[in-house]
Design a protein around this ligand. Structure first.
Ligand code: NIG
Ligand code: FE
Length: 411
């Protein structure tokens, strides 16, 4: 047995002690303890509380040096398996070309599809591994990880196998999501039905047979997949035993969020253009809304998802980076929190609940992660600041000093 005592914590935000998921005013609950200590045994937390009451018998003691400690962050929407980066498109956008126009001309998701298909599995795996280090580096200990840049059975399986293998080899936990319906590939532009047939009859069964995903997702958007096509794919996924998530209302509200509510999806993500009927549907269906502030920021848009409204309506808001080479090239949840606080008018406590408890809830991992309390996995971050507000306030700087994952110091 290995044990670690973290002491001299000026502000411990346990996030424990209130109902999960966090809704309404509950999103302000951070379970704050001053002059605190945390004791870890093997991969579990066994004590979190006042330092004066902490058991003083550990093999390793870490002096937090009057810094702030929170649970490891949980990023519930990422696309980490890709080959080439797309800074040329970033520059095109700076020159005035919109994201969806670049995509319509064969850039966007399809440019990542081309480069992914061209690289060998092992090379792709090593590229992905480096990106996982990036998440840990910024204090994230669990991510949801999507395929979606392969769009053939073989390349989607290749992407999901990489996630599975790296999950065993790398300290970061990844929850795998199949996103074979991320775009209609160019070769099926004139035969959408055939591509959908391949997703439904070939890809999905193979993914399930090989136990490669927990969730199925689809990009429901004008010019990509409509709500009826999304229903076909997601309903089939559910029949095969997968849970579902959806990219909806990113640019135009075409019914994806309403569908998420109807099918009781785990999450509906983006929601920049969500309407009142979408919000009501999420409420009725118990769907977690996941907003992606870094994406809106990175695309240079000024209209952000109505996060405040969703909180006021009693929805358990979560925040993700949407890490991907096109619309959000960042690993940093703290950066996403800063953007959410400024542009969605959240408070740091709400942002932290959105990136821990509620993010874990959207992945059905709330029993294991998201809070620092006895029995939970020992995933936590020592920030180089006295309090958490400073992490959000002092932006563009990486404050994650020490990261512990399953009881092991990984940074
Ligand atoms: O969530 N919106 C759809 N998919 C990704 C972007 C993918 C890309 O541009 O490569 C997203 O933003
Ligand atoms: Fe996405």
């Amino acid at each position: 047995m290995t044990s670690i005592l973290i002491k001299n914590i000026s502000q411990l935000l346990t996030l424990s002690g209130a109902d999960i998921p966090r809704i309404g005013n509950g999103m302000m609950h951070v379970g704050e303890i001053h002059n605190a200590a945390v004791l870890i045994e093997d991969d579990k937390i066994i004590y979190a509380g006042a330092e004066s009451d902490a058991p003083d018998k550990a093999e390793l003691t870490i002096d937090a040096d009057n810094c702030c400690v929170t649970p490891g962050l949980v990023d519930p929407h990422t696309h980490p398996v890709f080959a080439k980066t797309r800074e040329a498109e970033f520059v095109m956008r700076l020159e005035g070309k919109p994201y969806m126009e670049i995509a319509a001309e064969g850039g966007g998701i399809m440019s990542s599809v081309k480069s992914l298909r061209d690289v060998e599995k092992n090379q792709l795996k090593e590229m992905t591994r480096k990106r996982l280090d990036g998440f840990i580096n910024y204090g994230t200990t669990t991510i949801e990880a999507k395929s979606g840049y392969g769009l053939t059975t073989e390349d989607e399986i290749k992407s999901l196998e990489i996630i599975k293998e790296l999950n065993e080899e790398h300290p970061l936990t990844m929850v795998p999501t199949f996103l074979g319906a991320h775009s209609i590939p160019t070769e099926y532009k004139n035969d959408r039905d055939e591509f959908l047939r391949i997703v439904i009859e070939e890809m999905l069964p193979k993914v399930v047979e090989n136990n490669l995903a927990k969730y199925c997702d689809i990009f429901c958007e004008k010019g990509v997949f409509d709500a009826e096509e999304s229903r076909l794919v997601l309903a089939r996924a559910m029949e095969l035993g997968l849970k579902i998530r959806i990219h909806s209302d990113e640019f135009e509200p075409i019914g994806g969020t309403e569908l998420a509510g109807e099918l009781k999806a785990a999450s509906a993500d983006h929601l920049t253009a969500v309407t009142d009927s979408g919000i009501q549907a999420m409420k009725d269906g118990g769907v977690t809304p996941i907003v992606l502030p870094a994406t809106t920021f990175f695309l240079g848009h000024t209209h952000y998802s109505p996060a405040r409204k969703m909180i006021e309506q009693g929805l358990p808001l979560a925040i993700a980076t949407d890490f991907n080479p096109g619309s959000s090239m960042t690993h940093s949840l703290p950066m996403a929190m800063t953007i959410a606080c400024i542009n969605m008018k959240l408070l740091p406590q709400e942002a932290l609940n959105a990136c821990t408890v509620n993010a874990a809830y959207s992945l059905d991992l709330q029993e294991q992660i998201g809070t620092i309390e006895k029995g939970k996995n020992a995933d936590l971050v020592i920030w180089d600041t006295e309090n958490f507000n400073q992490v959000v306030y002092h932006f563009g700087v990486n404050h994650a000093k020490t990261v512990i994952k399953n009881g092991r110091v990984v940074k």
